[in-house]
Design a protein around this ligand. Sequence first.
Ligand code: ADP
Ligand code: MG
Length: 300
Amino acid sequence: MASPVIIRVYASSEGVARRAVRAAYDRMHALEMTLSDWMPESESNRLEAAAPEAIQISDDLRHAITVSTALHHDTDGAFDPTIGPLVELWRRTRTTGEMPGSEEIRDARNRVDPTALELRGSTARIAREDVEIDFGAIGKGIALDAASEILDAHGLGRHLINFDGEILVGDAPPERTAWQITILPAGDEDTLVIDAVQASVATSGGLNQFFELDGTRYSHIIDPSTGIGTNCARQVTVICDSATRADALATAGCVLETTRFEAILTTRFQGASAIVMENHGDNTGITMIGDPRVRALDAP
Ligand code: ADP
Ligand code: MG
């Protein structure tokens, strides 16, 4: 995942803190060796290389495939763990500045097929050789949840883990009722603060994260239903009790229209909330879904 991780804990001694944090980092590293797309030796890449044959897989890979498939279903396909070929196509587009042809998009879309991921007993297989796994929108969340479990097991329930801007918090710090997580504004809006305990906060999209081609903006998040980089000048923050779900849902929220995203979040993900920022030319509209317990900085 090659991104910075910051872990903050409150412990009775430095030794306790060091051991727990070391174990949490080790756990995250192990997950990276399992789920990484860019490490040729990762377990998910070995599963791809074996396709269409089945191989024995670890509990971690099984868990990642299981939750990814469930989230694909529960987001009506907006989150897709086999989006890889389209990601590659748009990554290339970004470098060359040349729009892919409709046939190229169609070919890549044909290779996006989560039904090809099959789990059976202790084995798994990808039924189609041309299908790839991409945990890019969920891997950080999975790693955060796993690291948090390790810190809890060491008795350090009061912790905060920041994985490249995606944040998980455990119990509140001493003498506080909550952690305060700030969400930086996209433009000149207020800085928002979320008061969080036992929660995760993931942000996707970003009003400044896009590239422009022939006057149209494309982001690195792709709409699986069209195969096109979402043209969304929008940023979606999801707050819920699982970093895994927060991660995938923030990505899905960039693909789905706000009303549809709201319906999905409120009916299928109890307790989850979101902040959707959409840029309309000169101003940015903010939609709150559920109760993100958010306030403007400096407000009481
Ligand atoms: P960040 O890049 O800030 O971690 P995300 O969590 O949204 O943001 O992850 C984006 C990555 O997820 C992309 O780089 C790509 O690998 C993958 N991705 C893009 N579109 C989708 C999608 N519709 N479903 C699942 N994964 C996606
Ligand atoms: Mg994500």
